[in-house]
Design a protein around this ligand. Sequence first.
Ligand SMILES: [Zn+2]
Length: 339
Amino acid sequence: MLQDLVKRVKQAFDRFIKGDKNGKRSGKPRFKGKHRYRTFTYPQGSLDWVKGNRVRLPKIGWVRFVRHRPLPEGFSVKTVSISQKADGWYVTFSLENKSVPAQPTVDIEPTEANSIGVDAGLEYFMACSNGQTKVPPKFYRQAEEKLGRLQAKRDARSKGSKPRRKLNARIAKLHQRIARQRKQWHFETANELLEKADVIFVEDLKVSNLSRRNPAKQAEDGTFLPNGQSAKSGLNKSFADAGIAQFLNEILPFKAAKAGKKVVKVNPAGTSQHCAICLNRVPKGLSERWHDCPDCGASMPRDVNSGLLIQKVGLDVASLKNAKPRSKRSGRRSPRCTA
Ligand SMILES: [Zn+2]
């Protein structure tokens, strides 16, 4: 176990000095007290450690656990990790079978029939090129009231007291529940999507950019002016609630690889500002939720239009960089359908 500890310290310093694989540097490593050290790993586990619903952990002994599925045949146990979560302790076995290829290669030629373009957003969690849309369930918003009540109750208790600790545990459990609801919904949504197509085009979304804080605005005399942050905080909360990044970057590719299908990231530049049918530029503000093309008469929800464009860009039948700007003569400025 001490081997793993050394590895963690090295990783913390590497991230501080050199940064991660994207060159992003983390903060200075600080002391990790026993309450922040919630996971420990045995780097060399063994199949002999597991007998039925019991596991023998070195220096601890036999511990009973809930085994949610049997260990598959032909695998050897590599590492064994113990982690503490809000509702208890978990044990994770990482398994290896040398005959299983590490990264199965998927070779599917995307066509218009076997692919689907997906625009992810807040109004619709997904808007697909086939016209299907999915509204995100707001698990966090639903639990917000209960969460607020618990937090107020906790804040009324004195620091370090037993009731406060108990309330903190209940708050942590509620957060865990919200995260699990969201995750399950993501898995179900990914399955639904993968049933419809072999290749899924998604936008290469940088959510960290979307949910960044607005810069502070200062007047000449040094006082702070409204910078729109409070309105944006509400939006950030919805972004986090929808969990778009987790879905697009982790869950969907994971499920696709398991099903032998493909997820392709597409540069989303211009996919909200062009018409998916005639590819002419149709500029829209963020508040305009409907796409009405004055040139070809296309009319559909804004995000479905984006989904179609993402598919077309992914299939390489549309290149938005070369799309000609819309002619100035038909500069229609009248309000469009906002329903
Ligand atoms: Zn058009």
